[in-house]
Design a binder for this molecule. Sequence first.
Ligand SMILES: Nc1ncnc2c1ncn2[C@@H]1O[C@H](COP(=O)(O)OP(=O)(O)O)[C@@H](O)[C@H]1O
Ligand SMILES: [Mg+2]
Length: 281
Amino acid sequence: MKSKDFDTALIDLTSHNQKGDSIVERIIAIANQKGGVGKTTTSINLSACLAELGKKVLAIDMDPQGNMTSGLGIDKNNVEYTIYDLIIGEADVEKVICTEALENLDVLPANVDLSAAEIELIGVDNKEYIIRDEIEKVKENYDYIIIDCPPSLSMLTINAMTTADTVLVPIQCEYYALEGLSQLIHTIDLVKERLNPKLEMEGVVFTMYDARTNLSLQVVENVKENLNKTIYKTIIPRNIRLAEAPSHGMPINLYDPKSAGAENYRLLAEEVIHKGEEEWQ
Ligand SMILES: Nc1ncnc2c1ncn2[C@@H]1O[C@H](COP(=O)(O)OP(=O)(O)O)[C@@H](O)[C@H]1O
Ligand SMILES: [Mg+2]
């Protein structure tokens, strides 16, 4: 073997992690059946901050609202194909992916068409694995794959959980924070038991923390006491710039790179990478 070939072979070896052939470090589904808790905001900004740190990221939009798609600057009503075409077998995954939406960041877009998917899936064989089987074909191109789930425990969410390695649960710092959490954890456990044995809980991340109220602090303390799950140290503050960014089609690190929202989503991205190095390698 010539020394140049040898070098290339070494690079090949080191880019493969211990999980096997693929270089994908982790597929993370961001799920909570409650609406408005920060799933989409976290999906957009965690994806963008991982990409900013040099990771190759695929962001998958599994919500018919398509807010992640538009929040990442893609015109959801004028894309040629969406994840719906993938589900009904109308297009190959390579065709559906919008490449380089941002540097290092590709997007599998969605729009309102996806709301028909649930019906289309009735009676289909292997309907729990449609997305997983498609993502299998491209996952070695990415370091992280982030899936934004719809606000329900539907077949779309099940598809996200069979595709994923872990589930990250955003918890909004409000009075009813714990409501519905036990159903969600039960769903994750069932999927693990019956459909995807490798599925783990990534952890919970607190969102919309308001330092001016006692309530936010109480919610954090209460969840920490009652939930025997990993809790991310990074807490996402309530920050108006995070709410404004999607209407400009930009993630927070581009819209306002110095805002508190950008700083904290960057910290979250670093924590996600670091956690992977500690626990899953
Ligand atoms: N940390 C935050 N600070 C301020 N507004 C936020 C924050 N996180 C989310 N929002 C806003 O709250 C609303 C719900 O957030 P979203 O991410 O869409 O939740 P979900 O996807 O869980 O339904 C959106 O209008 C979003 O812009
Ligand atoms: Mg959403």
